[in-house]
Design a protein around this ligand. Structure first.
Ligand SMILES: C[S@@+](CC[C@H](N)C(=O)[O-])C[C@H]1O[C@@H](n2cnc3c(N)ncnc32)[C@H](O)[C@@H]1O
Length: 200
């Protein structure tokens, strides 16, 4: 049984890349800020059509891995089709809240995903489970917070999916057992990074 939002994103999959402007310089900068590097095992949470995958695959290199996860199967299919030439990439159609992988990740990256998370404390606990000790969660957007919220406001399916200011999200992360490494937002981007603490 699909949720309303899952259905919404499944229906958007074919048109997503046309609707979404992709600024390579900005994404490269965000990946650098996130500190994704050689050997990282990265979970791309809410991958959509996998716009981040080529950037992540390049950054993690041969010794790392990328797992692209989305609960809209049509999005995952599109991501897999577009990136079939890349090795070291796995595709998972699942709700992140129910995802139980065999191995933990060194980084969980959320690009334009966090506003869609309904129960944010439960999500942050789940991300703690998904990360290795000292692993990092990155919540980022390649547009401003104002732009995210006005796009969502205009759409019935996601109109309640708001992105709070970065300092509020940083506080949420702190309350859920993350040490903040970076938290800011401006007219171009939004970026919060936290390292999981107290996990053995
Ligand atoms: C706004 S899109 C962003 C896609 C991509 N990261 C990008 O920036 O182009 C958000 C994605 O999150 C997915 N999503 C929302 N809630 C989810 C959940 N609970 N588990 C997995 N995926 C989810 C949606 O299906 C959608 O593809």
């Amino acid at each position: 049984m699909h949720s309303h939002e899952q259905q919404f994103f499944n229906e958007l999959a074919e048109r997503w890349d046309e609707l979404r402007a992709l600024n390579h310089v900005k994404i490269t900068y965000l990946i650098q800020l996130a500190g994704v590097s050689e050997g990282d095992n990265v979970l791309d949470a809410g991958t959509g059509t996998g716009v981040l995958i080529p950037f992540l695959a390049k950054a993690v290199g041969e010794s790392g891995s990328v797992t692209a996860l989305d609960f809209a199967e049509a999005m995952v299919a599109k991501a897999a089709q577009k990136n079939a030439h890349l090795s070291g990439v796995g595709y998972i159609a699942a709700d992140i809240m129910k995802y139980q992988p065999k191995h933990c990740y060194s980084k969980v990256i959320c690009l334009n995903f966090f506003p869609h998370v309904k129960d944010k404390p439960a999500f942050l606990s789940q991300v703690r489970r998904l990360l290795v000790p000292n692993g990092s969660l990155v919540i980022m957007h390649d547009i401003s917070r104002q732009a995210v919220n006005s796009i969502h406001k205009a759409s019935e399916a996601v109109k309640e999916d708001r992105l709070p200011p970065s300092f509020i999200v940083a506080e949420m992360l702190q309350q859920s057992g993350f040490a903040i490494e970076e938290a800011f937002d401006n007219e171009e981007i939004y970026f919060v990074k936290g390292k999981v603490i107290g996990k053995q």
